[in-house]
Design a protein around this ligand. Structure first.
Ligand code: CDP
Length: 225
């Protein structure tokens, strides 16, 4: 059976990961959360007291950062390891979310992570979500989906996710973080989040996870038929 790469880009917290996971599971593909890599780099910088605005120090630090995805035992997905340590939960903290978009603006960071992402997808069969997957990482991805949802829906979803994970946050903090990240991610010079006509647009403000999955799989089936 022909294998394709699927790029899912879009704004913060609009369910890209949920969709990517379902699609990968259904197709027997690998799901990679590229945002986890930017978050893990940010965690390393904060733990080592490196200022997220100091591009020179950050570029040097990259040589000491090793990122790997390992399958998790419980729930059939890949979890990110930073220098051999599973940091999947730590990178979801709000203090990481508050800094990650500053780190993701830095070109040396992007070059390192894009290189890893391209190696992972070299043999196809990957669903990757992020901001620049269909524009920079896999510009030739057979299917590209751009996801969006209203600010209110996104903030509510992320707030619930964080509360369920035991994190101590308010909806106002979560909402402010999403708005700030969207603005930085869309306006940076290197690989900004941009919608172009190679994407299928998917606004899921009023769709259930199942409905959005059915829609996305109809696009896959058109390609694989
Ligand atoms: O919170 P959400 O799951 O929506 O974001 P994420 O996918 O975990 O990504 C966190 C941050 O990493 C984004 O706000 C971007 O600044 C950056 N990022 C990026 O620049 N390029 C990517 N391909 C993925 C994430």
């Amino acid at each position: 059976m022909k294998k394709i790469n699927i790029a899912i880009d879009g704004y913060s917290s609009c369910g890209k990961g949920t969709l990517a996971k379902q699609m990968a599971q259904n197709l027997g593909y690998i799901f990679i959360d590229s945002g986890a890599m930017y978050r893990a780099v940010t965690l390393y910088l904060l733990e080592n007291n490196i200022d997220v605005a100091n591009e020179i120090e950050i570029s040097k630090a990259l040589d000491h950062i090793q990122l790997e995805f390992h399958p998790s035992k419980e729930n059939n997905r890949f979890e990110i390891h930073l220098n051999g340590r599973n940091v999947e939960s730590l990178i979801r903290e709000l203090h990481i979310a508050n800094k990650v978009s500053f780190v993701a603006k830095i070109s040396t960071v992007r070059t390192k992570l894009v290189d890893i992402q391209q190696q992972i997808g070299a043999n196809k069969g990957v669903v990757m979500d992020g901001r620049d997957i269909g524009t920079v990482v896999y510009p030739d991805a057979e299917l590209k989906i751009f996801m969006t949802a209203s600010n209110e829906v996104r903030a509510q979803r992320r707030f619930k996710e964080m509360i369920d994970a035991g994190k101590n946050v308010t909806i106002e903090e979560v909402s402010a973080n999403l708005i700030e990240r969207d603005s930085i991610d869309s306006s940076r010079n290197d690989s900004p989040l941009t919608l172009n006509d190679t994407y299928h647009l998917l606004d899921n403000s009023h769709l259930t996870p199942n409905q959005q999955f059915e829609l996305a799989m109809s696009w896959v089936n058109e390609l694989l038929d």
